[in-house]
Design a protein around this ligand. Structure first.
Ligand code: IMP
Ligand code: MG
Length: 198
């Protein structure tokens, strides 16, 4: 006889379209606590510098907004657009610049703000591009890291949470542009199960 599992059941709830299921991986309260800690670490590392945050559109917007408000001292921000994922949950591998910076980063202390480090191809591309522009310091913060998926040799200086190899949405992260507005980070599971008709 199979032993009853002591693991609590995974609480899964329906997403906003049929066949899409979500369960919370990181609550909004945990996210906010971690972002506050990271803001303190960053300020400790650069106590005097004006920090120029560069958000990678669009997944980083909530991290950037929360981080900017937790950072003391002088802060400015800008955004860059890159496309790496087409649609759905799998990468095409190609990275393309879709929106460049508005402000020159030469001699600035720049913090790249990214939602998730997956294969690392996007971040590698942005880091290379920015290095050529001669910032005073270049650092990277990512909210999430999926180390199992790494292809490019790239590291973030500040990481919110290392997570398992699951597709996640919420707090800026999307599935086909949807679910960015979830306050926490959720695992998204897609089901091809047919609904019962009998
Ligand atoms: P990378 O170039 O493979 O590291 O991919 C980075 C980009 O892919 C991120 O900025 C996200 O936009 C997207 N991405 C990777 N994993 C996920 C995920 O689990 N959910 C949503 N987007 C993801
Ligand atoms: Mg992204």
């Amino acid at each position: 006889m199979a032993r009853a599992s002591k693991q609590p059941p995974i609480r899964e709830k329906s997403g906003n379209r049929p066949g899409e299921y979500l369960h919370v991986l990181i609550s909004d309260a945990r996210l906010h606590r971690r972002v506050r800690q990271l803001a303190h670490e960053i300020r400790r590392d650069f106590p005097k510098d004006a920090l120029h945050l560069v958000g990678v559109l669009k997944g980083s917007i909530f991290l950037l907004a929360d981080l900017a408000r937790e950072l003391r001292g002088e802060v400015s921000f800008d955004f860059i657009g890159v496309s790496s994922y087409g649609t759905g949950t799998s990468s095409t591998g190609a990275v393309k610049l879709t929106k460049d910076l508005d402000v020159n980063i030469e001699s600035k202390t720049v913090l790249i703000v990214e939602d998730i480090l997956d294969t690392g191809l996007t971040l590698k591309y942005i880091q290379r591009l920015f290095e050529e522009r001669k910032p005073k310091h270049l650092r990277t913060i990512v909210l999430l890291d999926k180390p199992e998926r790494r292809i490019a040799d790239v590291k973030a200086d500040y990481t919110g949470f290392a997570i398992p190899n699951e597709f996640v949405v919420g707090y800026g992260l999307d599935y086909d542009q949807r679910y960015r507005n979830l306050p926490g980070v959720c695992i998204l599971r897609l089901s091809t199960r047919k609904s019962k008709t009998t």
